[in-house]
Design a protein around this ligand. Sequence first.
Ligand code: AMP
Length: 213
Amino acid sequence: MHKYIIMGPQGCGKGTQAKMLADAFDLVHISVGDIFRWNVQAHTKLAAKIKRIMAAGKLVDDEIVDQIVQNRLDEHDWNFGFILDGFPRNATQAEFFLESYDVDAVIHIDVPDDIVVARALARRKCAKCGLDYNLMHHRPETEGVCDVCGGELVTREDDTEQALRKRLHDYKTKTEPTLELFEGKELVIHVDGDGTMEQVQAQIREALNLPPA
Ligand code: AMP
């Protein structure tokens, strides 16, 4: 059983790294941002509450986020473990989580601000099948078209420079300090996110004593 949290500023590649780990070790990948985006696309009741907050790059209320994470973990389909991506984002969420659960490690991906912004601005997603692209290192064969399903590639509504700067600010002021909580428990491993997907994954696995890819 492996229970991990992955943290880092938007565009640091944490979603990609989380997916790679989840695939390799049969972990359930719990991305709060993905759950929220699914709700927005499906026009659920929750969508009405979160759509504008997300588009502005602001943080959704803790009560909503905590409930989403708890409901997801309560499904107990994580026989081999889970990796939480995008949660906790502040001290309240971290404390809520630690009341009921524990983790084996917190993976912190470190990337300089300018690289983070450039990468996030290059992100595209297929509007039809949801596949992720990045114009810097995973370009589609035909511009604007998904290689797999032919769907249109779109930008996330919150990937504007203004929303990104807001998210980076929140990350520095609210999320990074929560690392201290986990540092105190000696759970944090730091990896340098300024490398290829494979290099970052290799660093993570080495630090977590997991077999290499
Ligand atoms: P992400 O895909 O992790 O960048 O999340 C996209 C957006 O969803 C964020 O900009 C927030 O508006 C919202 N969100 C995701 N996770 C959280 C969280 N743990 N706390 C508050 N808001 C969140």
